[in-house]
Write a protein that binds this ligand. Structure first.
Ligand SMILES: Cc1cc2nc3c(=O)[nH]c(=O)nc-3n(C[C@H](O)[C@H](O)[C@H](O)COP(=O)(O)O)c2cc1C
Length: 355
């Protein structure tokens, strides 16, 4: 049924329909009777799906990835469509408009998206106000990025300022150094640049801190960041952001759309490889959140058994619709029961440990 609805929704420009659908979701869930009804039918309820990760209780492993709710305008929304958590942001220390539109495109033949949003957001202080006013029904992580106008040499203070503002109110913080849409941002993944940023954010907050990395890093860079994260006592790594690669795309005319990061199935293979590499290197010393091209319960299960304690998705939700999170959670629960796992945590990394 969603396929027919999706055909209609896809007649509207991507950013516009995103705004409308998000407003509708917010509107419906602002009122507690429909929010509770949706939550009752869509939220993960099987206790086998629940887990405590870096001290935070998650009702189910699949969360909404960063970028969908950039300003935390839907803090009370995300439990209702069945997500176990939401990562809001990216927010930056100063509000900024992002790149000029059009800046979001569909690649329908790849079930993918291309975006060059450029961290359009109202600023970390505005998000802090929202977080202070709302009690969400699922854990809310906050993704922080560098303000575009801040030069790279002042990146540390920019990230630290965001962490100071939102840290006390977030369930966890994600340091985003992997968006392809802020010039020079991904260069901050070099360990020499990343170390002071992560150390400053850690010093600013007692909340779990994770770093979000790009799928386009070399294996050696992935290893270096993993080692740094362990050394600095980070809670974990979010892998991965969108890719700048245009390899293997089926949708015609992608090159003409210009720059940006690709999400959805085209990033899935590298995202899964990065996860496996990270798990083999750090095992249980870091929490791994896998994101990138997760579409089905099979994909989700592969990521869990490859070492992911939590999962996230954005593009799968756009193409999959309102039952997407529930279907994935139901599929994971079925596999946990069939496999005789007493809890989600027991399944994490089980395929790698068997090797
Ligand atoms: C339109 C759009 C905007 C995004 N904005 C952000 C962002 O602000 N910060 C971030 O860390 N990731 C952002 N992402 C990346 C997603 O969080 C995710 O890492 C990526 O899309 C891969 O997951 P997916 O294949 O499930 O979409 C964005 C993705 C899309 C499609």
């Amino acid at each position: 049924m969603y396929r027919a609805l999706r055909r209609a929704l896809f007649l509207v420009a991507p950013e516009r329909i995103h705004t409308w659908v998000f407003a509708l979701l917010r509107g419906v869930t602002a009122w507690s009777p429909p929010r509770r009804a949706l939550t009752r039918s869509l939220a993960p309820r099987d206790p086998v799906l629940a887990s405590t990760v870096f001290g935070v209780r998650f009702p189910g492993p699949l969360g909404l990835a960063a970028g969908f709710d950039k300003d935390g305008s839907g803090l009370k929304t995300w439990g209702a469509p069945g997500f176990g958590c939401a990562e809001v942001g990216t927010v930056t220390a100063q509000a900024q408009p992002g790149n000029p539109p059009p800046r979001m495109f569909r690649l329908p033949d790849d079930r993918a998206l291309l975006n060059r949003m450029g961290f359009n957001n109202h600023g970390a202080d505005a998000l802090a106000l929202r977080l202070a006013r709302h009690v969400p029904d699922v854990p809310i992580g906050v993704n922080i990025g560098k303000t575009k106008a801040t030069p790279a040499e002042h990146a540390v203070t920019d990230y630290a300022e965001s962490a100071r503002l939102v840290g006390p109110l977030a369930a966890f913080l994600v340091v985003n150094v992997s968006s392809p849409n802020t010039p020079g941002l991904r260069d901050l993944q070099a360990v020499s640049s990343l170390r002071p940023i992560l150390a400053a954010v850690r010093a600013e907050t007692s909340k779990p801190v994770l770093v979000k990395i790009a799928p386009d890093l070399s294996d050696a860079d992935v290893d270096e960041i993993a080692d740094l994260a362990v050394e600095l006592g980070l809670a974990g790594i979010v892998a991965t952001n969108t890719t700048v690669s245009r390899d293997g795309l089926a949708t015609p005319g992608v090159r003409e759309l210009g720059s940006g990061g690709i999400s959805g199935p085209p990033v899935a293979q590298r995202s899964a490889e990065v996860l496996q590499r990270l798990y083999r290197r750090v095992g249980d010393r870091l929490v791994l959140i896998s994101v990138g091209g997760i579409e089905t319960a099979d994909d989700a299960w592969d990521r869990i058994t490859s070492g992911a304690s939590l999962l996230q998705g954005y593009t799968g939700f756009v193409y999959g619709g309102g039952l997407w999170a529930k279907d994935i959670h139901d599929g994971i629960a079925r596999r946990l029961h069939e496999g005789g796992f007493a809890s989600l945590a027991d399944a994490v990394g089980s395929a790698v440990r068997r090797d």
